[in-house]
Design a protein around this ligand. Structure first.
Ligand SMILES: [Zn+2]
Length: 51
């Protein structure tokens, strides 16, 4: 089961559900929409039920 993340862009306010590979790409290249730099804090894991 692939890890799912939600990217909440602080710049353009878009909220996008992404998998681990896309998350890595966003961290490296920035937001897919506005190309603003992203940090790990801009992602959350909605499917995470227990820490
Ligand atoms: Zn953006």
């Amino acid at each position: 089961m692939a890890q799912q993340f939600v990217f909440d862009c602080p710049e353009c306010d878009s909220v996008v559900a992404v998998g681990g590979e896309i998350r890595a790409e966003i961290l490296e290249h920035g937001c897919v929409l506005c190309e603003a730099p992203a940090s790990v804090g801009d992602f959350c894991r909605p499917s995470e039920t227990d820490a």
